[in-house]
Write a protein that binds this ligand. Sequence first.
Ligand SMILES: [Zn+2]
Length: 86
Amino acid sequence: MIQCPNCSSKSLVVNTVKERPGTAYTWRSRTCKECRKTFSTREYSLEELAKLIDEGKESMNDLRGQCDDLLSDLAELITQYKTSND
Ligand SMILES: [Zn+2]
């Protein structure tokens, strides 16, 4: 169950859903009904990830690509936090 990262409330509204082509996840922007914090989630289907591993060496690169992609999103998020805390 997804909770608000700010107040742990489970009352959330989904604003936007993005399916990026060639990725194994669905990206959703959500807003907390309690504290109005907006945040995003990236939902992976484990089956999709398992498929990447199962398909062999080349798809392991895809999986690594997925991880790199995730890390770059996180890095961007951390930069935003740092900027907003100044
Ligand atoms: Zn909240």
